[in-house]
Design a binder for this molecule. Structure first.
Ligand SMILES: NC(=O)c1ccc[n+]([C@@H]2O[C@H](COP(=O)([O-])OP(=O)(O)OC[C@H]3O[C@@H](n4cnc5c(N)ncnc54)[C@H](O)[C@@H]3O)[C@@H](O)[C@H]2O)c1
Length: 251
């Protein structure tokens, strides 16, 4: 089996946890990065217990350049190579980050730092290594908010739009060097990020009413699409932004 080395950021919860778990089940080595060392340890003892030798957990902040360099250095010192980077860590911002004139500058900067700077730093840190090998795959988890504005989520919507354009820039600049870069754009997925909203029956019904498929997506759906995009089956998919939203943005 071709055991690849896959970095997943935000790996200790929701979509990132499902992505990391699916890549482990496929036989890959996963370098799991998250802010929370404790949540990573819980995943190692729980979801990933059967894959003990295949997980390298690294705690840190995607928006911190030194933390990202440490992540890449540790992955290379343990495995000698990085085949795939999945930039998944992201936040929606606090409930105070709503429309533009009421969003504080600090909150806007925080959302952009994690959702955009974090993706930039991850890509920037792995690309020299991928260039040296003339191979590598990057997947950035964006959102349907890359294309349509979520009401009163200006910072998040802005950040996810930027992730798609960053993805396209990387695809264009590095395709000739054997590197692919795509974005995955989920609609509403049931994770700790969205749980507070989906736990309220009226809000869940409101969300469902806008989704033609009449169902909320699961982290497993995201992980399945991610597995395809980072696989050789997607070898000709480059610079794409794959929307997976139960028909939400088609309506
Ligand atoms: N849930 C959805 O409906 C949905 C839809 C579209 C896109 N997304 C995107 O999917 C990604 C994952 O979201 P989720 O729903 O699984 O959220 P989540 O809150 O369940 O998980 C996010 C994980 O990222 C980690 N994280 C947060 N900030 C970090 C930082 N600065 N450095 C390192 N790790 C950090 C958290 O600790 C957490 O483990 C995000 O980029 C999100 O924008 C989610």
């Amino acid at each position: 089996m071709n055991q690849r080395v896959v970095i997943v950021t935000g790996a200790a919860s929701g979509n990132g946890l499902a992505i990391a778990s699916r890549q482990l089940a496929a036989g890959d080595f996963v370098v799991a990065f998250d802010l929370s060392a404790q949540c990573l340890a819980e995943c190692e003892a729980g979801n990933w217990a059967a894959h003990r030798g295949a997980v390298l957990a690294v705690a840190g902040d995607v928006s911190n350049e030194a933390d990202i360099q440490r992540l890449v250095d540790q992955a290379l010192s343990v495995h000698g190579r990085i085949d795939v980077l999945i930039n998944n860590a992201g936040i929606t911002g606090s409930q105070a980050a709503t429309d533009v004139h009421t969003t504080s500058v600090e909150e806007f900067d925080r959302v952009m730092a994690i959702n955009v700077r974090g993706v930039f730093l991850g890509c920037r840190a792995v690309l020299p290594h991928m260039l040296g090998r003339r191979a590598g795959v990057i997947l950035n988890i964006a959102s349907v908010a890359s294309f349509v504005a979520f009401p009163k989520r200006a910072a998040y919507t802005t950040s996810k739009g930027a992730v798609v354009q960053l993805t396209r820039s990387i695809a264009v600049d590095y395709a000739r060097s054997g590197i692919r870069c795509n974005a995955l754009c989920p609609g509403m997925i049931e994770t700790p990020m969205t749980q507070w909203r989906l736990d309220q029956p009226d809000l869940r019904a409101q969300v469902l009413s806008r989704i033609p498929q009449n169902e909320i997506g699961t982290p497993g759906d995201v992980a399945a699409a991610a597995e395809f995009l980072v696989s050789d089956n997607a070898r000709y998919v480059n610079g794409a932004a794959l929307v997976m939203d139960g028909g939400l943005t088609a309506a």
